[in-house]
Design a protein around this ligand. Sequence first.
Ligand code: AMP
Length: 429
Amino acid sequence: MKILVIGSGGREHALVWKLAQSPHVTQMWCAPGNAGIQQEITAKTEAPVECVNISAEDLPKLLAFAREKKIDLTVVGPDNPLALGIVDFFQKNGQRIWGPNQKAARFEASKVFSQGFMEQYGIPRARGGTFADAASAKKFAESLGGKCAVKADGLALGKGVLVCANVGEANKAIDEILVAKAFGAAGAKIVIQEFLEGPEISLHALCDGKTAKLFPTSQDHKRALDGDRGLNTGGMGTYSPTPFLDQAQLADVSRQILGPWLKGCMSEDIDYRGILYPGIILTKNGPRVIEFNARFGDPETQVYLTRLENDLVELLSASVDGTLGRMELRWSPMASVCVVMASGGYPGSYAKGKAIGGLDAAAKLPNTKVFHAGTARAGDQIVTSGGRVLCVTSWEKDLKSAQAAAYAAVEAIHFEGAQFRRDIAVKGI
Ligand code: AMP
């Protein structure tokens, strides 16, 4: 099979790495990819994975490329092309593609839609309201004592959520989004949710329109600094499994959340084929969904795919074909830890083009894979080219050993200004 992966981050490197191991794959491309993806080789045919310089949002060029290369399956990583309707566009033009269609991707592309859906179908959720005018939004925030999350409706590069501790902060957040239009059209409407307390976990379920197969749990670290301080980021590290839910509790969460979610999809004629990734807070009153994403998490993917024992091509094909019901997901009992190395200054402004050293030494470490996120080639060097640069991932018999292995690999790698958290997985240990 010829496969095209769309995207350029650590998630896409993990997808390419895992897909390339499948004996079904003969040739593989990634658009636009990164310097690490370019180093992957397909296991069966030993063909180098080629990166093609087409943006993940340039749907006509992506389609033309898929046609030219006679791609058998296109795999979409990021949220933007899904929200733009890449799946509908490819399917209309006879191309086989994995990911939710535009209607299904609304679970991530519109928080107003998701909040309404959760209310309608009785999914355990953060209590909330939807607003287009500032005055009624402020009244609602006040009724929550100002302790709330104010969320822009649409996609805002992961920055559209403002967590507020009091009425003053809530009013400022509401004005920023609805009046000053900080997120443009993505903030024409907002959702305000009650602020929930408890451990936050990520769930992933692979869906085929009828069935949802739940992954083990993982936990992201959103804040930039140790101890969950500093600014929100795209994610500074993950680990899996987490100790917060045992198998029986996970099955219960699945019943409470995925049960009504699937029923709702049937009623609304939403044909969801792809990953559903709910963000969940485990409150003392039970699990509550705070948001849905319609794609693999980044960096959750890095820990999941280093634990997944199935052939990923077979799983994604079953998700496209509606035959997931027959498949069983198999997970390694090993724990996996991913530490993100970011550019100095991230998530604020940062310099690019810093030479990265130590990658060869890190590649020799056992049970370790350095997934690239923001990297590029400059001559014979690999240099930084984004905020999150590398996702250093190790898997071992337990979390503590996996954590030690990941940090040993981090120590082997260096670039000017490198910044990373030193407490990834501590909450799980
Ligand atoms: P989201 O993009 O919706 O995941 O929000 C970003 C972060 O804000 C989440 O990872 C949570 O840490 C926090 N957050 C969002 N909604 C809530 C909520 N209702 N209560 C508490 N924290 C929240």
